[in-house]
Ligand binder design. Structure first.
Ligand code: DC
Length: 234
């Protein structure tokens, strides 16, 4: 493991990264957190864990009350395991299960319920109360951490994002096509950006990084540069 990269001026800070599905948020945030020695807070994984629990218990994505009750009740934890950020739901390792195509299809409508969001946002704020966190999701720059010290909005063309998802699934042996992934990405973009409660949006104080032509390493380097520039101006 490389030594965590530390800028003392970053001590106690929160870095919030938002962007659409497939923009590279998860990998970038995980690697950035590792470099800084910060906690990586994958807020999407929390919505996915609630969705997985609902699917397993035959709770419909329309049942706002039952979903809110699940969001308030389930225990969700993260465990750093080298290159993997493990998601633990009620004591069970669900890292792989929360990334299944079934959960991916159902998570947007589940996450659109205000009661579900309220419960998750409170937990996310609790997890970050001492700072030293890199959080990523759809509303971390706008709703969860409006006072975050550093905010980044990652974007990439829908085609690039669909191609990334295709590669991710083919590595896992899941059969799918580019067209199917593009359709899923467009549907999720529309849903996440147009929902009435805390939609995906780029806040005015977020730095924009288009990752269409960048590798993951380049993305992390660019963000580190942005972070350093921002920190020296804080
Ligand atoms: O980043 P992801 O693909 O794991 O996110 C899964 C879904 O969760 C996404 O379609 C929208 C929702 N989400 C959200 O509404 N707010 C967040 N902060 C993170 C994710």
């Amino acid at each position: 493991m490389p030594k965590p990269y530390k800028l003392s001026a970053l001590e106690g800070k929160v870095i919030a990264i938002d962007g659409p599905a497939g923009s590279g948020k998860s990998t970038t945030a995980r690697l950035l957190a590792a470099k800084l020695g910060f906690l990586y807070l994958d807020t999407g994984a929390m919505y996915r864990a609630v969705t997985l629990f609902a699917l397993r218990n035959n709770v419909s994505a329309d049942d706002a009350r039952a979903l809110e009750a699940i969001a308030l009740k389930v225990d969700i934890r993260f465990q750093n395991d080298g290159d993997v950020n493990r998601v633990v739901l009620n004591g069970e390792d669900v890292t792989e299960a929360v990334r299944s195509p079934e959960v991916t299809r159902a998570v947007s409508p589940v996450s659109a319920h205000p009661g579900v969001r309220k419960a998750m946002v409170l937990r996310q704020q609790q997890l970050a109360k001492n700072g030293n966190v890199v959080a990523e999701g759809r509303d971390t720059t706008s709703v969860v951490f409006p006072e975050a010290d550093i905010k980044v909005y990652l974007d990439a063309s829908p085609e690039t994002r669909a191609r990334r998802r295709l590669i991710e699934y083919s590595r896992k042996g899941v059969e799918t096509t580019f067209e199917k992934q593009l359709e899923d990405i467009n549907a999720r973009d529309a849903f996440d950006s147009n929902r009435s409660h805390s939609p995906l949006t780029r806040t005015r104080d977020s730095m924009l990084l288009d990752t269409t032509n960048l590798t993951i390493d380049e993305q992390v380097e660019r963000i580190l540069k942005l972070v350093k520039a921002r920190v020296s101006s804080l």
